[in-house]
Structures are given as C-alpha cells and as structure tokens.
Write a protein that binds this ligand. Structure first.
Ligand code: NAI
Ligand code: 13P
Length: 307
C-alpha cells in the first residue's frame, strides 16, 4: 500500500509499540508526547490517521486541544486506549466521536501485551468501526507478518472487551497471588467473561464480539501474563502490598483501577450485577482483604449458570 502519514499520540509503552509497527510497514510516523518537543499542531498536520494511545485520564483534554487545529476532513481517528472516562463515563471512542462527529473513528483492541509486540512476536488485533472503509484502511496500514489485524463492525463491543477485561485481570492476579489453583482461575475468568457480556449487552454491544480477540482473547492474555500491569496490581495486592505502593513502582498505566471505580458506580445506577468487579472495587478501596474478596464470591447465593 501507499505510504500513510500517521500521528501517534502518547509515547508510552503502547504508543511506541504501535509506532514501531507502522514504521516497519514504511509509513511516515510522527510520535507526540506531552513532554516531547513537537507541538500537537505539527504532529497532526496533514496526518491521514491520528492514533491515540494516551492513558484514559488524558484523552478528553487532548481531543479538545486537537479540535481547534486544522485537519483534513478525511483524517481517521484511531483509539487504542482501554478505559472509561471518570467524568463522563464515556469510552475513548465516544469521546473522539463526540469531538469529531464527521470523522471516522476506529477502535483498535486485542490481546496485545506491548513488550511481546516490541519483540516482534506474533500477535493479532481487531480494528472496529461503524465506518467500514475507515477500519479497512487502518487494517492495511498495520497488518504485517507479525501483526494480524481483523476488522469488526461492533466498535463498542471491541472497546468494552479490552476495557473491562482489565478488572478481571486484577482479580486473576489476586487468584494467582493467593495460589488458589487452576480450577479457581478457570472459574474466575469464565465468570468474568459472563460479567463482561452482561455489561456489554446492556450498553449496546454484540455478545459474539466478546468471544473474539478483544474479549476472550484479551482475557486469556492479561489474566495469564505477569507482563500485564493490571494482573500485577492484583498479584501484588495478594502479597500484602498496598495499592499506592504497587502503583508507585508499576511500569506504566493499570487502567483497570480507574475503570473499576467508574464501572461499579454505573452498574449500581443501572442495576447490572457485577459481583467480581464489586469485590475488586472493595479490595482496591482497602475495604476488604484478598481472602475476604474470595470468600464473598464463593459464598454468594447459589444460582443457575445463565439466567
Ligand atoms: N501497554 C500495553 O501493552 C497496552 C496498553 N493499552 C492501553 O493503551 C493506553 C496507554 O497504555 P501504555 O502506553 O501502556 O501506558 P503508559 O503509561 O506507558 O503511557 C501512557 C501515555 O499517555 C500519556 N498521558 C498520560 N496522561 C496524559 C495526559 N493527561 N495528557 C496527555 N498525555 C497523557 C503519557 O505521557 C504516556 O505517553 C492505556 O489505556 C492501556 O490500557 C492497550 C493495549 C496494550
Ligand atoms: O491491554 C493489554 C494487553 O492486551 C495490556 O494489559 P495491561 O494494561 O494490564 O498491561
């Protein structure tokens, strides 16, 4: 394909890994970081793709800064952030689409631990959009012999799969940290998927999306890898460390911590049952110990597997 000009916003672990993938495909890549020397204006000027790999806490602010800059109407926005905005409870793609209603917005999400991608190990991801040509263009830009990109027409499902699994990854870290065994882990991750689907369906996502790369796939990756920062949060809490201690040494962002707060509040307002997320929330708040969280989950009323 022809060389594409891509502005990548956020020079953290994921932004750099995505920039390297695009550079390896011979695209013209400009990386922006809030601490870098280049202005946002210079970086997004004439960009065909603006890809955001900024932590959730910075998305809204950076999107509004770009709003006042000159952009081609054809510019495609790609969001690779996995989180929920604490102020508005919106997903990153909802923020980008609200600020840029006439542009294509594509969600990029999948089982993509950045350290493995940096080593050129094989991986697959999903690009999802209501704008099919936009998603297909992004698919071409990033596909390579080590990065297989699938399209999907359910952006909210793909985005929620990547976002909500971070909460389950914290729980999985606790499970491994407490040495609860393989049966417990399988039960936790499977019931975690049921919880994600329950929320996703009620927020307009398709069930089948969560059985794909951005739901089950990302659960398998992050619930089983010490490379996952969210998993590390849970694992280290099980070892008795406080959340503050863990976060002060964590390399990069564990979005599940903020996502869990936003989700539990929303689920309460909307009467959606989120038993695992609720225990993760109480644990992160310091209200209960990892063992108490486990007991709460095991002692819930017995019920049918599916309602
Ligand atoms: N690292 C990974 O393996 C993957 C990460 N993600 C997601 O990508 C996002 C970024 O993750 P990482 O790169 O790992 O985190 P990171 O902590 O390494 O980097 C975060 C980036 O966001 C920027 N940022 C933070 N607050 C900002 C603000 N207020 N204004 C402007 N920029 C701000 C930081 O300067 C940094 O460049 C997260 O939502 C994460 O869930 C998704 C897939 C894989
Ligand atoms: O989303 C990820 C892999 O798909 C990265 O997981 P962590 O943010 O937990 O490191």
């Amino acid at each position: 394909m022809q060389q594409t000009t891509i502005a990548i916003l956020g020079a953290g672990a994921w932004g750099v890994a995505l920039a390297n993938l695009a550079t390896a495909n011979n695209h013209d890549v400009r990386l922006w970081s809030r601490r870098g020397s280049q202005t946002l204006e210079t970086v997004v000027k004439d960009a065909q793709i603006v890809l955001s790999a900024i932590s959730m806490k910075g998305v809204s602010d950076v999107a509004s800064q770009i709003k006042s800059l000159p952009l081609s109407p054809q510019t495609i926005f790609v969001t690779a952030t996995k989180g929920l905005d604490p102020k508005t409870t919106c997903t990153p793609s909802q923020i980008w689409q609200t600020v840029f209603p006439h542009h294509a917005v594509v969600v990029l999400s999948g089982p993509n631990l950045s350290q493995e991608i940096q080593q050129s190990l094989p991986a697959a991801t999903v690009v999802a959009s209501n704008n099919r040509p936009g998603a297909e263009f992004v698919q071409l830009v990033f596909s390579s012999h080590c990065f297989r990109v699938y399209t999907n027409p359910d952006p909210i499902g793909v985005e929620l799969g990547g976002t909500l699994k971070n909460i389950i990854a914290i729980a999985a870290g606790v499970c491994d940290g407490l040495h609860l065994g393989t049966n417990a882990k399988a039960a936790l991750v499977t019931r975690g998927l049921t919880e994600i689907i329950r929320i996703g369906k009620s927020w307009g996502a398709k069930t089948e999306t969560f059985y794909g790369l951005s739901g089950l796939g990302d659960l398998l990756a992050t619930c089983n890898s010490p490379l996952s920062r969210n998993y590390q949060v849970g694992y280290q809490m099980a070892a008795g460390k406080t959340l503050a201690e863990i976060l002060s040494h964590l390399p990069g962002t564990a979005e599940g911590v903020n996502t869990c707060q936003v989700l539990v509040q929303l689920a309460k307002q909307q009467s959606i049952a989120v038993p695992i997320s609720e225990q993760v929330y109480r644990l992160l708040q310091g209200e209960i110990t990892p063992r108490q969280a486990l007991e709460e989950l095991m002692l819930r009323d017995i019920k049918a597997e599916y309602n």
